[in-house]
Design a protein. Structure first.
Lengths: 315, 417
């Protein structure tokens, strides 16, 4: 019971972090039709920037400054890179963001070095929030939940209740009409791209000291975020939310499940022995293949429902 | 006609080059050269088979190394079986088995991935690639976990009585298979399948109207490209006698993309050019610089924005002017570009190297040495010089490029007339 509750909380924290990344990716995708491969790289950049800034002015100013810097970087990428690549077609845009992954990765390595950064949880948040069946729940995770919930709420309010959100929503589906009504659609695109990068940067700030800030963090986070977006259905924010939480739960629960397929089959009278590839697949405990599960899930859902959980379109 | 000569020259060079660097004193081949050429052979197969997707069918795949890697892993197990006399097949046909393994897996994954195209296809293949790479680290029976699987290529079963104990014999096997694979892939572009792949790339709806199922076309193209990648992976296993998860992980998929795109996806020979260039860069520049990937990355992005048809596309664009016999009039405009381009390049390389020696180099205890002089990366002067060179080169190149563009447009207009 206690592992269950703690795992649910941890899964929620990780899922919300995933959603912060995936929501930006989904927004950018549904508006511009561009999959930003460099999204996880911006996440990494956010963590590194937050580390450097927090050394000078402390964690809480960094929480504001670093995402804004990431947003500005995103705007610059959109204006000077993506727009030019757009003229060469759809694949060129994908390739462009893919190339950015390399460059950001190496630039981070050149600026901060190859070693993990000592980016720690701020002392003011470094205490157990409450004790549950003898195990602590760190206050910082509560803080992460708070930040991501606030982000979720404000994004939702911005999109649904303001004029800006109205224009963005309209530009999602009817860009030509919006442009005919006198709105600057390219600027709306830039805003959305910058906003998505801002969210990724924010996720980096609070995720950087939750995980580790090191040059490989973009490579480890990137594929998971893409899986979330595909699993939830391309272009669907609600699906993206569900998928993020599901993925967060799976990732945390997989670690504590020490059963394999063979353990399930044994009561049914099927004993598995021998040493072949098949028996290895069947006898490996779930805890060991936790990293594999997101991809297995993605392939499975694509097999049965190619457009994802709540996807509205086939691309 | 001319391209036929080019092919003959290339083949002759590929066969003769190892002997040009033969050490007659010690009766030894230059090992570095042979391993580099072997690597180039495999990479040519990988890049060309990747271009069957990106260039010919407009499919942006991110799991191409999966099929290369599975070919490699399968090859190791085939060789081990052959070593135990369980598989009585000569070495020369073994890469075909590796190719079939790649084909099998590509059929399985292709059935899933090719239901979608463009962005969704890219993401699904990304997931498939990660799935296989993660699985390779976890399952020891087939993939050997982190250590990979090893084999011994001397199976003592050859059509020509070769033992494959030395690198040069393996190299000629690679040359032969590369030629076969390249010829087959070229032939495929001439078949109705190749033409329909182009059609589904250019206009999906019209291809449907003609009566073809674009998904089927994509699926067959995907499966066949997996077949050729598998052959490449088989050659990889023969050469290195060890296959680790590097052979199917994402960096190699990215490499395939870089090679095909930088070389040029619109021309059949483009990826060959890209594969040779990147292999040279990889084995040459990576010894000198920690940050060679930055250069490749920047080159790639520059190509995406300024020259989407790649190096081969740039060369091809000169065709009409050359046929009109006016290539000479481009010499001066080109010469004008050289100086600003050099300044830009120097400034950029300078800044990148200074930065990388400040962090990565310092961690490795290396020092930046230029023309025998150690350069202090903490001093202001090198940074100022590099930055100035970069900015000055960029501004000058902009003007020079505008001038070049005018000459180019005029010439093209004249030639068209």
């Amino acid at each position: 019971m206690e592992t269950l509750l703690i795992s649910v909380l941890n899964g929620l924290v990780y899922g919300m972090l995933l959603f912060m990344l995936a929501s930006g990716l989904t927004l950018i995708f549904s508006m511009m039709g561009v999959l930003n491969f460099a999204h996880a790289s911006i996440y990494m950049l956010g963590a590194y920037l937050a580390f450097t800034i927090s050394q000078f002015v402390g964690f809480f100013p960094a929480l504001i400054i670093a995402p804004i810097l990431c947003g500005l970087i995103g705007a610059a990428i959109e204006i000077w890179g993506l727009r030019r690549a757009h003229q060469n077609g759809h694949i060129a845009e994908l390739l462009f963001t893919f190339g950015l992954v390399f460059i950001i990765q190496r630039v981070v390595q050149m600026t901060w070095g190859m070693l993990p950064m000592p980016y720690r949880v701020p002392p003011s948040l470094d205490f157990p929030l409450f004790v549950l069946y003898g195990s602590n729940f760190p206050a910082y995770r509560g803080f992460m939940l708070l930040i991501s919930a606030a982000m979720l709420l404000s994004t939702w309010l911005l999109l649904k209740k303001t004029r800006v959100g109205l224009i963005i929503q309209a530009a999602l589906t009817h860009p030509h009409m919006v442009s005919a009504l006198g709105h600057n659609v390219p600027r709306v695109f830039t805003t959305v791209f910058a906003g998505g990068c801002l969210l990724a940067g924010l996720a980096g700030v609070i995720g950087g000291n939750y995980q580790t800030t090191e040059p490989g963090m973009a490579d480890s986070m990137g594929p998971i975020v893409f899986v979330v977006v595909v699993f939830g259905g391309l272009g669907s924010l609600a699906g993206c939310f569900v998928a993020s939480i599901v993925m967060g739960m799976i990732q945390t629960f997989a670690v504590v499940i020490d059963y394999s397929v063979a353990d399930v089959l044994r009561p049914l009278g099927l004993a598995i022995s021998g040493d072949t590839l098949l028996t290895e697949v069947l006898t490996v405990p779930v805890a060991r293949i936790g990293a594999l599960l997101p991809f297995v899930m993605m392939v499975t859902i694509l097999f049965f429902r190619p457009r994802g959980l709540m996807g509205t379109r086939d691309t | 006609m001319r391209s036929r000569w080019l092919i003959l020259v290339l083949v002759a060079v590929a066969i003769a080059l190892p002997w040009g660097f033969y050490d007659w004193g010690h009766h030894r081949h230059a090992g570095f050269l042979i391993s580099m050429l072997s690597q180039a052979g495999m990479m040519i197969i990988l890049a060309l088979s990747y271009n069957m997707l990106l260039g010919q069918a407009g499919l942006f795949s991110l799991c191409h190394a999966t099929f290369f890697g599975i070919g490699g892993y399968a090859m190791v197990h085939f060789l081990n079986a052959a070593g135990k006399d369980e598989l009585p097949l000569p070495m020369e046909v073994m890469p075909l088995l590796a190719g079939l393994s790649g084909l099998g897996l590509a059929i399985l994954f292709g059935a899933m991935a090719t239901k979608q195209r463009a962005t969704a296809f890219a993401m699904i293949t990304l997931g498939i690639g990660e799935l296989m790479a993660t699985a390779a680290l976890m399952f020891h029976h087939f993939f050997g976990g982190e250590g990979g699987v090893t084999t011994d290529r001397m199976i003592d079963n050859s059509l020509f009585g070769l033992t494959y104990s030395s690198g040069i014999q393996v190299y000629y096997l690679i040359v032969a298979w590369t030629l076969i694979a390249v010829a087959l892939m070229y032939y495929l572009t001439l078949t109705p399948l190749g033409r329909m792949a182009n059609a589904t790339r250019d206009n999906y709806e019209r291809a449907q109207f003609i009566g073809y199922d674009p998904r089927m076309v994509r699926f067959i193209q995907f499966a066949l490209s997996g077949f050729f990648a598998g052959i490449g992976g088989g050659l990889y296993a023969i050469t290195y006698e060890i296959v680790t998860f590097d052979a199917l992980a994402a960096p190699l998929s990215a490499n395939a993309l870089l090679m095909a795109y930088i070389g040029g996806t619109t021309v059949f020979g483009g990826p060959i050019l890209g594969a040779i260039l990147i292999t040279l860069l990889q084995s040459g520049v990576s010894l000198l610089s920690n940050s060679w990937l930055v250069y490749v990355g920047v080159m790639f992005i520059a190509m995406v924005i300024f020259a989407p048809s790649g190096l081969a596309g740039i060369i091809q664009a000169h065709g009409p002017i050359k046929r009109a016999g006016r290539l000479g009039r481009l010499t001066l405009p080109y010469l004008r570009l050289v100086l600003p381009a050099l300044a830009l390049l120097l400034g950029f390389v300078g800044l990148v190297e200074l930065m990388s020696f400040l962090t990565i180099g310092a961690a490795q205890g290396k020092k930046l040495v230029l023309f025998g002089n150690a350069i202090d990366v903490h001093a202001t002067m090198p940074w100022v010089i590099s930055a100035a060179s970069l900015v000055w080169g960029a501004v000058w190149l902009r003007f020079a490029a505008a001038g070049f563009h005018r000459v180019w447009e005029n010439l093209s207009a004249e030639v068209r007339r």
